[in-house]
Design a protein around this ligand. Sequence first.
Ligand code: ZN
Ligand code: ZN
Length: 331
Amino acid sequence: MVPMIAMQIDAPGRPLRRVERPVPRPSPHDLLVRVAACGVCRTDLHVLDGEIPARYPIVPGHEIVGHVMEAGAAVTGFAVGQRVGIPWLGHTCGTCPYCRAGQENLCDHPQFTGATRDGGYATHVAADAQYCFALPDRFSDAEAAPLLCAGLIGWRALRLAGEGRRIGLYGFGAAAHILAQVAVWQGREVYAFTREGDEDGQAFARSLGCVWAGGSTESPPALLDAALIFAPVGALVPLALKAVCKGGRVVCAGIHMSDIPGFPYADLWGERQILSVANLTREDGTSFLEVAADANVRTVIETFPLEDANDALDRLRSGALKGAAVLVPQS
Ligand SMILES: [Zn+2]
Ligand SMILES: [Zn+2]
């Protein structure tokens, strides 16, 4: 049988290495999926750098679009040949207090695709069918990939931001370029904050309907109702707090951030809130995929051959990408 090809992280801090191994056998609850595209997420850099819990060696990648090759004996609801999306949330226990309270994103015993179980930087992947999604037809494979983390965890962050009209987005990459379109479609005013002097990024944000774009240390022309921080930079938290109105929220949407510097209590005063977003629930996924289709979201992507995963990660790290990087295995 033709082997599976994967780009694997052997240990934190090492570049990904191309490996060949047998195609995985799906367990009774799994789908075996032939990967058509896999998005590159900042979380993959945190796995590479050893900044979040993961097992090694690991095949990263949790924005997976592919087609079902085989379904385990206990799987229902998916057919061979069907296109599916595989997200970050790979499995939950179903019995811990969080799972029982409908907060499976906070499960005490979770598995995460591309961190604790092998992900989509590969030609094949096995995934628990109960955590896979059907995908709207209107997106191509590569266009759909960034929806599966940048889009849907961004959507969770936007919902936690509340119903306010003025929304700030700090870090205008894969997630923000999708969420800006959703928030504009909802009738909100979107303010984009980029790295200082990133005029291309600011023009990109305005082209997607943002009413204002500037550097992250600039004050927006009006106080914001909420700010979402997608960049992994703790120093943005006090800056965003200064940009939100009384009662406003600062939502930290990344899985890892550098330390947050101290700031005067007066900047938090006025019932301002800071909160983090952890993972996703399956309901976040199904509701977001509907919204993405209704809002006619257009993902801006740059595709790379699977074997060029290290280049794609380098470009993400240096801020050289416009939109989202997507790996495509050669057939
Ligand atoms: Zn649980
Ligand atoms: Zn991600």
